[in-house]
Ligand binder design. Structure first.
Ligand code: GDP
Length: 194
């Protein structure tokens, strides 16, 4: 694992960076821990808005998960926000920036800020996937209703699924998306103009 606080510290621009994003408290750290099967890797209890670093987790050599700072909290000091703006912008501009998984609390649903983040990523639909987190908090039929609604909102933009770190719901589906992405080489794909 590597923590990046400035663009000079990015790992080599090769292979693929898979960004993990979400509003603070959406369940992103828990999802990273569950997906990687390594508990305690991404901190699950932290002061909202305080994560300023980009934390990298290597899946296999050259294939990396990048934990983006949680967004949506007004209490992050202005200086911090203005600092991580350019940093995640630099991340997005890397040739290897190839996919993004977005955590959305299934009880909150998809908000404008989430759609804005997907738009910011500027990636094709098969490179954007939404995990509707904490699905254990809804009944099966409520969960399916939320999923259908979100899929309609994301038509032509991204795929989506129900997910629960607590109960392991959707774990295999989410891992298979990561596996598909990790088999790609975004850096060379973009270099070749694909
Ligand atoms: P982050 O801020 O997006 O990284 O969110 P965390 O992973 O730290 O989780 C925020 C809160 O949601 C914590 O209290 C977690 O225990 C809780 N949480 C995370 N995942 C789940 C889940 O699958 N089910 C339930 N019920 N709670 C969850």
């Amino acid at each position: 694992m590597l923590s990046v606080a400035a663009p000079a510290q990015f790992p080599p621009d090769q292979g693929i960076d898979i960004a993990m994003a979400g509003r603070s408290n959406a369940g992103k750290s828990s999802a990273i821990n569950t997906l990687l099967g390594r508990h305690g890797m991404a901190r699950t209890s932290k002061t909202p808005g305080r994560t300023q670093l980009l934390n990298y987790f290597e899946l296999v050599p050259g294939r990396r998960l990048v934990d983006l700072p949680g967004y949506g909290h007004a209490n992050a000091p202005g200086e911090v926000r203005s600092k991580w703006g350019p940093l995640i912008e630099a991340l997005r501009r890397r040739a290897c920036f190839g996919a993004l998984m977005l955590l959305v609390d299934c009880r909150r649903g998809l908000k404008d800020e989430d759609l804005g983040l997907l738009e910011w990523a500027d990636l094709p639909p098969d490179c954007l996937h939404v995990l509707l987190s904490k699905s254990d908090q809804l009944s099966r039929s409520e969960g399916l209703n939320v999923l259908r609604q979100v899929q309609a909102q994301l038509e032509g933009i991204a795929s989506a699924q129900l997910f629960s770190s607590l109960k392991g719901v959707g774990l295999e589906e989410a891992r298979s998306v990561l596996k598909r992405w990790a088999s790609r080489d975004a850096a060379s794909g973009k270099a070749e103009g694909k």
